[in-house]
Design a protein around this ligand. Structure first.
Ligand code: ARG
Length: 393
């Protein structure tokens, strides 16, 4: 009998493999970079949680089911279930499920995605892990933009260079022209913006809006920006306003956005990397100079090094923890500043994809020698991000 089960299982997987090859073909041909959003929409919609490449199938939770040990789970592609649901069990077939009437998946228990996992397995479960993609020729998925495929050290960015940049604003102040935007953020799924918790103290979803796809606030048709209402602000439950510890938040849009060459998600970073001495980029519409209300209408960017952690700790009287990452030019003059908060500190992986490794949090003035900008270290918060994005729906 066990032999028979194995035999059936091999047939099922072979069937799944061939179905998969067939079904994926049209998607491999579509392009991220197309300006034509309606052409893209159909495919991109289905890629909401990304993880698509020739090697990897869509990392998504499908229908609910009961997994091993009677645990509540969801049907997933085998590649994305981090526990070995299928070994050592005589009831193997019990945990197989069918995805969209086409693929064979496994019933993967939900809490596996959230409990103490490290390394690449965790990355597999993210809304959009930059390391999911080994194939350099694959031009779909997070962290790629129409512009900015290579590092650019100019001060002002180019249109479409950072399509994941989001701007939070108060509609009333915006209309009266008394404020442009008060904080930045980064698109990580079609429904969620990663930002800083200090941005939303005293704010409620009804009082703010988020603009995606913006570049130059002084022009209205250089991009096809879109404004979204906010459904929910999820501040980290341990955010401490006096120390800025756990300065991270997720903002859920009232309706999902569609992706196009102006609006596109950034990837989440790999775990276990500290990025010390790497050159990274921070972008935002914040102050050009500390102490002067000098918001920039155009999206600005600057390339800066990630500081050695100990050097950063030694530079401050305040507590800098391993949940922070520090970056700025050592010689001063290059830094984020007021109004850039919540925006992403971006690193380009060897596979060409941009990942957000930090969230602009605080600093002592801006650009001072010996005093870098302090960022929330995103890869320390991946379980929290999963819990509040894909695992929440
Ligand atoms: N807290 C500031 C804000 O709300 C960000 C300051 C960043 N400062 C720095 N020197 N990097 O916009």
């Amino acid at each position: 009998m066990p032999v028979l089960i194995h035999y059936w299982f091999v047939i099922l997987l072979t069937f799944a493999y061939f179905c998969d090859t067939l079904v994926l073909r049209p998607e491999q041909a579509d392009s991220v970079i197309s300006n034509d959003e309606d052409v893209n929409r159909g495919h991109i919609r289905r890629k909401r949680f990304l993880g698509l490449s020739r090697k990897f199938k869509l990392n998504k939770r499908y229908q609910e089911c009961i997994g091993p040990g009677d645990a509540k789970g969801h049907c997933k592609h085998l590649t994305f279930c981090p526990i070995d649901v299928l070994t050592g069990t005589r009831a193997t077939l019990e945990y197989l499920c069918v995805i969209e009437k086409t693929f064979v998946g496994v019933c993967c228990p939900d809490d596996v995605a959230l409990s103490g996992m490290v390394g690449s397995q965790l990355i597999m479960d993210l809304p959009a892990g930059g390391d999911d993609y080994g194939d350099q020729n694959n031009i779909t998925g997070c962290g790629l933009s129409a512009e900015g495929r290579t590092m650019n050290s100019k001060q002002s960015s180019r249109v479409q260079e950072w399509p994941w940049l989001a701007a939070f604003y108060h509609p009333e102040d915006y209309e009266q022209r008394s404020e442009q935007q008060f904080c930045g953020g980064a698109v990580i799924t079609d429904n969620h913006i990663l930002s800083a918790a200090h941005c939303f103290q005293g704010e409620s979803p009804q009082n703010i809006k988020v603009r995606l796809g913006e570049y130059d606030f002084s022009k209205s048709n250089e991009t096809r920006f879109r404004d979204y209402d906010v459904a929910e602000i999820i501040n980290h439950e341990n955010f401490d306003y006096s120390t800025y510890e756990n300065d991270i938040a997720i903002v859920r849009l009232a309706e999902p956005t569609s992706f196009n060459s102006y609006i596109w998600p950034i990837c989440l970073p790999p775990t276990g990397v500290n990025f010390e001495d790497e050159t990274v980029v921070v972008a935002g519409w914040g102050y050009k100079k500390y102490g002067v209300a000098s918001f920039s209408e155009m999206l600005l960017q600057v390339s800066i090094p990630v500081w050695n952690q100990q050097k950063c700790v030694d530079s401050f009287l305040q507590r800098i923890t391993e949940y922070n990452i520090c970056a700025a030019a050592y010689e001063g003059g290059k830094d984020s500043c007021q109004g850039d908060s919540g925006g992403p500190l971006m690193y380009q992986l060897p596979n060409g994809r941009w990942v957000t490794i930090g969230v602009v949090s605080w600093g002592l003035e801006c650009g001072n020698v010996g005093s870098p900008g302090i960022y929330t270290r995103v890869n320390r918060y991946l379980p929290w991000i999963i819990k509040n994005t894909i695992a929440k729906t």
